[in-house]
Design a protein around this ligand. Structure first.
Ligand code: ADP
Ligand code: F6P
Length: 326
């Protein structure tokens, strides 16, 4: 059991995600309502090491719930993997009176939180990444907005693809994980999807599928490709050469990380932000908030980081069965 928490720090780390602002707002408002002070740490662990820390009050987070990005900004701080810098970070927290810290980010950010906890700072992680690749939780902040952004973009590409009788390879983000690709494949009714977790390098299947579609009179053909596979431009050239069907590659890129968060991202991020503060106030540390089986829950960070998860095989199968027209 940790000692009473008086001052809670909050930072965002790793790639930004829509909904992070809703989580920051909830942390600040829940903590102040519970009589704690709040300090915002800018630019993740990089800002922590620079002592880039400011007091936050109820007004600091006004009008941010609907804004994408993160008002605290974020960074990737490579040196923080070294113990020397983790000790420095913990000491800077102590100098600023920060005895509880909420870290909003992905698995990498949780490892930083775990190290700070080992050096005496009470930490709680909140899953924030568009990739949905955190094993202990079925929800991560930003995925819902990102996947809706990607879905709308793919609908638009399909319109122009149809007008030109083209095949389109559309690359979506996700780092090594295929969650955005899987969801878009189902939501956009993609003819094919390439998932890093299932990829077998067999382009002939794509080529055969495209030729079959042409014979059936299709005027478009959407292939959703996950960033973890990549090479969309060279793939498009090979498919065009093999089929004679004009093929274009579109990489959606960072547009998927921006924009106003969906209702789900605002509500879940707000809930997780408040829950993280409640856990700190109950004396909990080295834990991560998650959403599982319809409930908001929390896990020990060490246990959370040791968990694994995979794409839902039934949904993977649906990407094939529901796209079938023959
Ligand atoms: P994410 O949090 O989205 O997984 P990263 O993997 O880029 O993103 O990690 C974000 C930051 O977390 C890193 O830039 C680094 O500052 C910190 N971090 C990552 N791995 C570790 C580690 N093993 N120990 C301490 N800090 C880490
Ligand atoms: O983790 C979020 C993410 O957007 C991944 O999907 C992607 O691989 C990566 O970050 C891109 O990182 P950067 O913003 O550094 O280009």
């Amino acid at each position: 059991m940790s000692k009473e928490i008086n001052t809670i720090g909050v930072l965002t780390s790793g790639g930004d995600a829509p909904g992070m602002n809703a989580a920051i707002r909830a942390v600040v408002r829940e903590a102040i309502t519970k009589g704690r002070k709040v300090k915002g740490i800018k630019r993740g662990y990089a800002g922590l090491l620079d002592g880039d820390i400011e007091d936050m009050d109820l007004f600091s987070v006004s009008d941010i719930i609907g804004r994408g990005g993160t008002i605290l900004q974020t960074a990737r701080c490579l040196e923080f993997v070294e113990e020397e810098y983790q000790i420095k970070g913990a000491n800077i927290c102590k100098e600023h009176g920060i005895d509880g810290l909420v870290v909003i980010g992905g698995d990498g950010s949780f490892k930083g939180a775990q190290k700070l906890a080992a050096h005496g700072i009470n930490t709680i992680g909140i899953p924030g990444t568009i990739d949905l690749d955190i094993a202990c939780t079925e929800y991560t902040i930003g995925f819902d907005t990102a996947v809706n952004t990607a879905m709308e973009a793919i609908d638009k590409v399909r319109d122009t693809s149809t007008s030109h009788d083209r095949c389109s390879i559309i690359e979506v983000m996700g780092r090594g994980a295929g969650y955005i690709a899987l969801w878009c494949a189902i939501a956009n009714g993609a003819e094919d999807v390439l998932l890093p977790e299932r990829y077998d390098y067999d382009e002939q299947i794509l080529i055969n599928h495209l030729i079959e579609g042409q014979k059936l009179g299709r005027h478009n053909h959407i292939i959703v490709n996950a960033e973890g596979i990549g090479h969309s431009a060279s793939m498009a050239k090979r498919i065009e050469a093999a089929t004679g069907v004009e093929t274009r590659a579109t990489i959606l890129g960072h547009m998927q990380r921006g924009g106003s968060p969906t209702c789900k991202d605002r509500v879940y991020a707000s809930t997780m932000g408040a829950l993280a503060v409640d856990l700190l106030c109950e004396g909990k540390t080295n834990r991560v908030v998650g959403y599982r089986h319809g409930e908001f829950v929390d896990f020990d960070i060490d246990e959370a980081l040791a968990m694994t998860k995979d794409l839902d095989e039934y949904q993977v199968e649906l990407t094939r069965s529901l796209a079938s027209t023959s």
